[in-house]
Design a protein around this ligand. Sequence first.
Ligand SMILES: Cc1cc2nc3c(=O)[nH]c(=O)nc-3n(C[C@H](O)[C@H](O)[C@H](O)COP(=O)(O)O)c2cc1C
Length: 201
Amino acid sequence: MKTLYIKSSPRGERSKSIELWNHIIEKIWWEVIHLDLFNSYIPFLSEWVIAYNYWFGEYEWLSSEDKKIADVQKEYIDQIKSSDNIVIAAPMWNFWLPGALKTWFDLVLKINDTFAIENWNYIWLVKNIKKTIVVWARWWKYIDTPFAPYDNLTGPINLLLWFIWLEAKNFWLEWVNYASWEQLALESLNIKGEIDSFIAA
Ligand SMILES: Cc1cc2nc3c(=O)[nH]c(=O)nc-3n(C[C@H](O)[C@H](O)[C@H](O)COP(=O)(O)O)c2cc1C
């Protein structure tokens, strides 16, 4: 069994989403593939790589810079296709997800590789993932509050995952910079308990 762990906060030891993520690592002892988005090559798709992805060009025609993009795109897709579980740790940034995570999605949601469209039918090509977990941290409280409509993250991130047929379980740590240290520790403990129950199920 392999688990792909994706970190999308650059805050290292200070990161609350990574704290939850570390908790999951301790629980799942299978082989782990680490992908730290802020310390990895996560390029934007270029004009010629998009053309290549949509069959308007051959790999050999790409420049060495574009080949690097196409190669790393393949590497990230291979990571997904060779994993049994995916765990993503992410902060909320400006009501949305960090750009590095969105760029990773732009690379891995690839036609005829992770999904296909045939005769106007949508086909999912990622069939190996058993569990997908997203652990989030954010400053404010959105769940069950009047601020829920400002949460432009939970819906879209789940939609991006669903695009390749991954149904994620989300765990949110809220009020990160607002709650007292004791409140936060308690909340974090509660969420870790929920994570444990989900993993054990
Ligand atoms: C650039 C930036 C934008 C942020 N935008 C929001 C936001 O829109 N809503 C929110 O609740 N918190 C926001 N925060 C606070 C973070 O979500 C919070 O610090 C969280 O703990 C970050 O996750 P991490 O601890 O895993 O890095 C923002 C933080 C940064 C650095």
